[in-house]
Design a binder for this molecule. Structure first.
Ligand code: GLN
Length: 333
């Protein structure tokens, strides 16, 4: 590529000129890896981002399809103009508090990569506890039969897809009221080759299951429903409140609305000895267990604590006749 006007590639010259107009003076002209990281760390620090350098490195290594360590082993490597522009735009998004996962369209969950964008909640590590519990419980079931699982509020499909991948006999129904979210869930099911094990249904809680014929045949009803109260919305981090879908986060004024709506219907849908497995918010485990107990079909609730010692997962078994030893991380009877 040439700047002296004698180039036989005029289209490249146009591109270079556009870039030089659109990039502010502070943006490094040379675009080496280390120049870009330094520039971006500075910008992000000025915008009070918690880990400016780390975020800059994660974004750049994603754009360059390399590991972060690659940025350190090749600091002087030149970065082409097109990538530099993408990087600049991405850093501007991060400065506006767009979460990294939406910028890179990538979230890790159960060691798998999920496509995410602003149509879905970003999968959280705590939700892995729910998936691990269901996998362990499914291993106590007879080998030969199909295991019917319903995931209510599937979002990105992280729960449905990881259960499908880890439970051979699973037949999964993933529902969500948002068609946009289901479109993302399908992308992820396809990405992980799980489309044939998961049926995606659009609608409110159990309503889309009505025509499927699985009444009282479900082994697991699982859900990580919205569980933040509308009053708490303004206390959320900017990344969450300005960018994650409101409907995936907020559940009425008391924060328990979605649990109540799901729990009221479990008896009709769940098989005898079937399980209900919820992710819950801080200080909700006991309240949710009482709601479950209130249906009269469950005798005990079990909790699993998360990494911060918060009771994060609630498990109950319908008409429980026995409880096998599961060695879950924490059982509180
Ligand atoms: N099931 C998805 C998750 O656990 C979405 C949850 C939601 O949208 N509330 O991340």
């Amino acid at each position: 590529m040439s700047f002296n006007g004698t180039s036989n590639l005029p289209i490249s010259i146009t591109l270079v000129e556009n870039i030089s107009i659109s990039l502010k003076s502070t943006f490094p002209e040379k675009h080496s890896v280390s120049d870009l990281v330094r520039w971006a760390s500075n910008i992000l620090q000025k915008h009070n981002i918690d880990s400016p350098r780390l975020d800059a490195e994660i974004i750049l290594s994603h754009l360059l399809s390399c590991k972060r360590i690659g940025l350190y082993t090749h600091p002087d490597k030149p970065v082409d103009n097109a990538t530099a522009i993408l990087f600049k735009n991405a850093i501007q998004k991060r400065a506006r508090r767009v979460p990294l996962q939406y910028i890179n369209n990538l979230a890790n969950f159960m060691s798998l990569e999920f496509y995410v964008d602003e149509r879905v909640l970003i999968p959280r590590p705590e939700t892995e506890l729910l998936v691990e519990a269901v996998i362990k419980l499914s291993q106590t079931m007879p080998d030969k039969r199909e295991i019917v699982i319903v995931d209510i509020g599937a979002g990105s499909g992280n729960i449905a897809v990881t259960l499908a991948k880890n439970i051979d006999k699973a037949r999964i129904f993933a529902t969500d009221i948002s068609p946009d979210a289901l479109a993302v869930a399908k992308i992820n099911a396809q990405k992980h080759n799980m489309l044939d094990k998961i049926t995606f249904l659009c609608g409110d809680t159990f309503q889309p299951l009505e025509k499927v014929g699985i009444e009282s045949k479900i082994d697991f009803i699982v859900s990580n429903p919205p569980y933040i109260s509308s009053n708490e919305f303004n206390t959320l981090q900017k990344e969450v409140k300005d960018h994650e879908p409101y409907a995936a986060l907020i559940s009425g004024q008391d924060s328990l609305q979605m649990f109540k709506r799901i729990i009221t219907n479990t008896n009709i849908w769940l098989k005898p000895n079937g399980y209900i497995v919820f992710e819950v918010g801080e200080n909700q485990a006991v309240k949710v267990s009482r709601l479950i107990g209130g249906t009269g079909c469950f005798k005990k609730a079990y909790f699993i604590k998360d990494y911060q010692q918060i009771r994060r997962i609630v498990i109950a078994r319908k008409e429980e006749t026995f409880w096998t030893k599961l060695s879950l991380r924490e059982d509180i009877v």
